[in-house]
Design a binder for this molecule. Structure first.
Ligand code: CTP
Length: 428
């Protein structure tokens, strides 16, 4: 029977640069290196000063079959393999265990040792596997630093909960070698699957704000989470992504270019500015109307207590405009539909009326309302009344399922292209 370390040799000859920082669990990294080496991967390593208090360069070198690097200012190390080359030759950098100090230094971009310099000079994917005392892990400083790393695209394998070396119990324990091995392999699987590389994608997300006066506006309750999750997935699968976002409280996903807008008119202009593209996904909850008689001065209360009367004009439908664009229609156009009733009927009508290729529909306005939540329950709809019910899923799972549908659609188009259909992939 296969065990957790059963090798598939899928990633043979890939290079993982291990950065080992100070912590009692540093010994687990030795087994991790052993497992990846057995799979045919190259596993050079850097040991920080702290790590050398727990394991020796000799033991790491004996297992990895590589010299171990320890010193930024070592003439020998720099001659053998300069720190820039060390960071560039890896396919993946794994910091394990990542101490609170290592996390803090990386968040501040410090390069006062070899590990810091390599991380700063790196243009490769990086995973941090933190391990520390539970109080240190829970400390706001550590959590803020982790947020900074995540925002910059660094992946975190969270620690386990349990008894830690100092005798306390809580979250902070380095996961087992088996779990780390599995998680890193999964990461390598995903990282090497880039079917959208060379494709340009555009996502609209969040609400729009329609100005009443300089301090007031009309908006809606969209959080933008679904659109941001889709932008993140498109980028993860290799697309070059422009995220056109109304005001949200979200951080921009890694490797995505975000363009902030407020009104529906700004969103349309910014969207048109980013054409042509291959894939366009319209998740934004665009206000259907703008205030026609908005004021450049703050509206004041009136002596006669009468309310101001606002007049509204309909905003352009961004999805419909792009979907029916005469010269720059993207190859795949995806719409969303928020409905309170008769979800499937309204959604099918919207798909046809707006001219998109696929549409994701969800019911809003009931007790399990999806505004701001991390989960959603949706239908996936394409032409000819085709519908799939995706049930309750996280927005990240829905994003993944949708992007896979987009990939399948493009693959079909490309297959058609070989039969002479007029479909072109944009040059990146
Ligand atoms: N949409 C758009 N521009 C608008 C209005 C909507 O791009 N001015 C897009 C949304 O991003 C979504 C789809 O159209 O992809 C459907 O939005 P929805 O709010 O469900 O429907 P509406 O077209 O606004 O119609 P209604 O409010 O009547 O249901």
């Amino acid at each position: 029977m296969a065990n957790a370390f059963t090798s598939t040799n899928k990633h043979q000859d890939k290079t993982i640069l291990f950065i080992i920082s100070g912590g009692i669990s540093a010994y687990k990294t030795l087994d991790l290196i052993r497992a990846f080496k057995k799979d045919g991967l190259h596993c050079p390593a850097i040991l920080t000063k702290g790590a050398q208090e727990f394991i020796t360069p000799l033991s790491v070198s004996a297992l990895s079959g590589y010299p171990v690097y320890t010193d930024l200012f070592s003439l020998k190390d720099e001659q053998e393999m300069g720190h820039i080359r060390l960071s560039r030759e890896a396919d993946l950098i794994v910091v394990v265990p990542a101490s609170a100090n290592m996390i803090a230094k990386t968040a501040y971009g410090m390069a006062d040792d070899l590990a810091g310099a390599v991380l700063l000079a790196s243009n490769k994917p990086v995973i941090f596997c933190p391990a520390m005392n539970p109080q240190m892990w829970a400390n706001e400083a550590t959590q803020d630093n982790l947020k900074t790393l995540k925002r910059r695209g660094i992946d975190i394998i969270n620690p386990d909960t349990g008894l830690v070396a100092c005798g306390e119990t809580g979250e902070g324990r380095l996961p087992s070698v088996e779990d780390l091995y599995k998680a890193i392999n999964e990461y390598l699987d995903i990282a090497s699957y880039k079917p959208l590389s060379g494709y340009k994608a555009l996502v609209t997300a969040g609400p729009t704000y329609e100005k009443i006066d300089p301090v007031r506006f009309i908006a809606n309750r969209s959080s933008g989470k679904q659109g941001y999750a889709i932008a993140e997935k498109l980028a993860q699968y290799g697309a070059d992504v422009d995220l056109i976002s109304g005001p949200t409280a979200l951080d921009c996903p890694a490797h995505v270019k975000r363009h902030d807008v407020e009104s529906a008119a700004d969103m349309l202009a910014m969207t048109e500015q980013h054409l042509p593209c291959d894939i366009a996904v319209f998740t934004a909850a665009v206000c259907d109307w703008r205030v026609e008689n908005s004021s450049d001065q703050k509206l004041k209360k009136r002596d006669d207590q009468s309310a101001p009367s606002l007049t509204f004009a309909e905003n352009a439908d961004i999805l419909k405009t792009i979907s029916q664009h005469k010269t720059k229609r993207p190859n795949v156009v995806v719409g969303f539909a928020a409905e309170t009733n008769d979800v499937l009927v309204h959604a099918q009508n919207k798909l046809v009326h707006k001219g998109c290729d696929m549409l994701v529909a969800n019911q809003v306005g009931h007790e399990k309302c999806t505004f701001g939540s991390d989960d959603n329950e949706v239908y996936f709809i394409t032409a000819n009344d085709y519908a799939e019910h995706w049930g309750e899923k996280s927005k990240s799972e829905i994003a993944d399922m949708l992007v896979r549908k987009v990939i399948a659609h493009l693959e079909n188009q490309n297959a058609l292209q070989h039969t002479g259909a007029n479909i072109t992939k944009l040059e990146a």
